[in-house]
Write a protein that binds this ligand. Structure first.
Ligand code: UDP
Ligand code: MG
Length: 315
């Protein structure tokens, strides 16, 4: 793909019900970008917010029309689709992704640009002293561990959304046409010279996380299933071990039947084994369903998100 970089830095920010954070985000982000001495653009994607975020973004666009673009989704399509829509429209040589809730300080952006200037094409932040709930930190540790065992992606902190990518990596992400994906991991898988840097992490300035337990589980399923089919293979191996075990059990029971005649005892043990095997089958069906559902979404080839309108100044 031909590089179409016309500005030096693009910043992509997904926004979902962030009215409490946007004023401070604007007042912290723009001075940082102005001080860079580079041309820049900021792309906000309003992911179907139902609060005042939309008006606030519109006001901000009116205030700085040349460097601010706003993509309005018709409804909520999720953080990663919002980022994807933003990436598709970036024009920067370097692209930064950032959360709107100020958990990743915008003041860290220059540190990322230093790394991209030095030749890195995918710079990931590693959150120091994460200010999230105990549950989120544990779950995150577990998922980072699982992902690094099952995929070839080596990242210390996959969940950190403050990242910088080169134009080529972003073009690759856009070309992938991915639906249920995890953008930091996708970016990393396309990078030739990835780098990680420690960054500060802050409490959410206002509001609460938009991720319920269910959404987190779904997101983490996306992370694993998009990059590997290892769970299917692990399951098959496990199922093979189970059937070998059950086969042995049948031989033993048949032997006892022949030697000792009919026995009553052990019925509950058998039930236990049966329930276990049934649950293994159910897990397997669920797992296949997860992959099938995702395959279906790709095959169905529907629009990944719907844009209501875009606020931008077109030359
Ligand atoms: N977000 C979004 N769509 C969603 C959920 C979240 O655009 O459906 C945005 C949100 O506004 C924020 C970023 O994604 O800018 C991260 O969301 P959040 O802070 O809720 O996630 P957490 O930090 O708890 O992982
Ligand atoms: Mg957050």
């Amino acid at each position: 793909m031909i590089s179409r970089a016309t500005v030096q830095v693009s910043v992509v920010i997904p926004v979902y019900n962030e009215e409490g954070n946007l004023p401070l985000l604007f007042s912290r982000l723009y001075p940082v970008l102005d001080a860079l001495g580079r041309s820049y653009e900021v792309i906000f994607i309003n992911d179907g917010s139902v609060d005042r975020s939309s008006q606030m973004l519109e006001e901000q666009h009116a205030l700085r029309p040349a460097v601010t673009r706003v993509i309005e989704f018709t409804s909520n399509f999720g953080q990663h689709m919002a980022v994807m829509a933003g990436l598709e429209r970036t024009r920067g040589e370097v692209i930064i992704t950032l959360d709107a809730d100020l958990q990743n300080p915008p003041e860290e952006i220059p540190a990322f640009l230093k790394e991209t200037d030095a030749g890195s094409d995918c710079v990931g932040g590693v959150r120091q002293e994460r200010k999230d709930s105990f549950f989120r930190r544990r779950a995150s540790l577990l998922m980072n561990g699982m992902r690094s065992r099952m995929t070839s992606i080596r990242m210390t902190d996959q969940g950190c959304m403050l990242r910088a990518y080169s134009r080529e990596v972003v073009d690759g992400i856009v070309r992938s046409g991915a639906i249920n994906t995890f953008i930091p991991a996708l970016g990393y898988s396309l990078a030739k010279r990835p780098k990680e840097i420690p960054i500060k992490h802050e409490e959410r300035h206002a509001g609460v996380s938009n991720y319920s337990l269910y959404r987190l589980v779904r997101l983490n399923f996306d992370l694993i299933t998009y990059f590997t089919t290892a769970p299917l293979q692990i399951f098959t191996l496990f199922a093979m071990a189970c059937s070998a075990g059950s086969f042995l059990l049948v031989i033993v029971l048949a032997g006892r039947r022949l030697i000792f005649g009919p026995e009553e005892g052990g019925v509950f043990t058998l039930f236990g084994i049966l329930f276990f095997l049934i649950s293994v089958c159910m897990v397997g069906i669920g797992l296949i369903g997860e992959y099938m559902g995702r395959t279906y979404q790709v095959v169905r080839n529907r629009e990944r998100y719907h844009i209501d309108h875009i606020l931008e100044v077109t030359e």
